[in-house]
Design a protein around this ligand. Structure first.
Ligand SMILES: Cc1ncc(COP(=O)(O)O)c(C=O)c1O
Length: 348
């Protein structure tokens, strides 16, 4: 984990972009502190309730890359803004008006980032005239200060190798820089251009004009990040420890890690189940019940016996971590630290 933090920090420094890691991946303030110590300029989060936990721990520079519109969440957001340096996200006029009214009533000013739709079928304003019109409306609203644009594109696993991922990431950076230029051309003082996920952070960050990248999963990696080609299997640093509880057939073992341990997030590679053994990537978690994980054993793992311990790499690190109370930090086979996953379950 520490090498993953360092690798991203060094690469970003070389590109001249700031790193604002997405801390929803780990939800642990102590880990955010390690990322900040390595040079991160703040963190990204999604939910207000997550940001409350980090602010309680003294981590106050937060970009909430999420549309906050529910009245209770807006109330908490405004209260939190009194003790944290928050930056918020908008992608609609209705959302911006709600945010503006809440900020005005609370007597505060909020920095906002306009989300640009990067074509993944989620949130974001369409680049060009729609984004310009919306940005102008936001700029005219009281108690909001539009400072930048951001977008999220991710990258689906691809058989086309690193060049495909890099081109995809560069296109993300170029789309955001171009959207920022559009807004500047109508007189809006846009200073922030925030891009990137684990697979696209560095290629997007290499585009002149991108100011910040927001990778999250790079911290630990997982089966899907390896499938994206964004990390090597050897760089994965998060494992679910499990015990073989049954050995019903020559090619099948059952472990005490099911959907409540690994999450049931699907694999981005067809036929790869719900995770794999760190010691043997050919051994896959092919069946998942709440408390049972069914391993289809590769040749190297056919010697597994009831009681044996195994390390499983889950498909999606963020969903897996959110299921647990603690992370156990191990260095050179020795337990070094235990962290409470303080913001787990914080979804409001
Ligand atoms: C808005 C936003 N930014 C950044 C990220 C981080 O991407 P990744 O999980 O690939 O590191 C996410 C992940 O979902 C996201 O939604």
């Amino acid at each position: 984990m520490t090498s993953n933090i360092e690798r991203m920090a060094v690469a970003a420094r070389e590109l001249g972009v700031r790193v604002r890691p997405h801390a929803k991946t780990h939800k642990v303030p102590e880990i955010a502190r390690l990322q900040l110590a390595a040079g991160a300029t703040g963190i990204t989060l999604a939910k207000v309730s997550e940001a409350e936990v980090f602010a309680d721990a003294g981590i106050e520079n937060v970009f909430l890359a999420y549309q906050v519109v529910a009245p209770a969440a807006l109330e908490r957001l405004v209260r939190l803004a009194g003790r944290a340096k928050l930056r918020c996200a908008v992608d609609s006029c209705a959302g911006a008006e709600l945010l503006s009214r809440a900020a005005k009533d609370g007597g505060i000013e909020l920095e906002v980032m306009l989300e640009i739709d990067l074509g993944i079928g989620r949130t974001g304003a369409r680049a060009g005239a729609p984004a310009c019109e919306l940005a102008q409306r936001i700029a005219d609203l009281p108690s909001l200060r539009l400072v930048g644009v951001y977008g999220f594109r991710g990258f689906a696993a691809s058989a086309d190798g690193p060049a495909a991922r890099e081109a995809w990431g560069r296109a993300e950076g170029e789309a955001l820089v171009s959207a920022a230029e559009d807004l500047r051309s109508i007189g809006l003082p846009i200073t922030e251009v925030s891009a990137g996920s684990t697979p696209t952070a560095l290629p997007a960050g290499s585009v002149p004009g991108v100011t910040e990248i927001r990778p999250g999963q790079y911290l630990f990696g997982c089966a899907n990040v390896v499938a994206q080609g964004a990390m090597q299997a050897e760089q994965v640093a998060l494992f679910a420890q499990a015990t073989v509880i049954s050995r019903p057939a020559d090619d099948r073992a059952v472990v005490d890690a099911g959907s409540k341990t690994l999450s049931s997030d699907a694999s981005w590679q067809p036929g790869r189940g719900f995770g794999y053994l760190a010691s043997d990537p050919a051994t896959l978690v092919m069946g998942l019940w709440e408390e049972h994980g069914v391993l289809r054993l590769g040749e190297r793992s056919k010697g597994l016996r009831v009681g044996d311990r195994v390390s499983i790499v889950p498909n999606h690190v963020c969903s897996a971590i959110n299921l647990h109370e603690r992370l156990i930090g191990v260095r050179d086979d020795r337990i070094e630290v235990t962290w409470k996953i303080a913001a787990r379950g914080r979804i409001e």
